[in-house]
Unconditional design. Structure first.
Length: 150
């Protein structure tokens, strides 16, 4: 796993190896409690192959402290869009700027990728995350409706 030598400004890395994907699991588990380690790497690999999913992370002292999954897609509604599926800073590392650092990196990646839109959904209960998003000038632009089918 690649990490920055400057602990104050950790590098954002893209998970490429199974070991890097696996290292992101504890962070993703905090965001997505239904996930199980058994099958996590395989699911991430499937999403990478099928949907262009990319898993990015920040590590400090060998531990992932923030992670994000994203994809670029094209929609009739929005055109070329950078969509963040997952964004989490681990509870023990919050208030150290890792989530904001990763969000800033994601926005820069969206611009560099030629996307005209940047989107993410956030659970209504995630007030701390909402403060971060609103502080970065993201706007609440819609309601997201869902239904479990199983």
């Amino acid at each position: 796993m690649t990490t920055s030598s400057d602990a104050a400004v950790p590098e954002v890395c893209r998970a490429g190896s199974d070991a890097e994907i696996r290292a992101c699991f504890p962070a993703m588990k905090q965001l997505r409690p239904h996930l199980e380690l058994d099958g996590f790497v395989a699911q991430v690999r499937r999403q990478m192959a099928s949907h262009g999913y990319t898993l990015a992370f920040i590590a400090r002292e060998g531990e992932v402290v923030a992670a994000a999954g994203y994809r670029i897609a094209e929609y009739l509604a929005w055109g070329r869009t950078f969509y963040v599926d997952d964004l989490i800073a681990v509870a023990a590392a919050r208030r150290h700027g890792f989530g904001g650092r990763l969000l800033d990196w994601l926005i820069a990646e969206a611009r560099a990728s030629g996307c005209g839109q940047f989107h993410l959904d956030s659970g209504v209960q995630r007030h701390d995350a909402h403060r971060l998003y609103l502080g970065r000038k993201l706007v609440i632009s819609s309601h997201h409706f869902s239904m479990a089918l199983s």
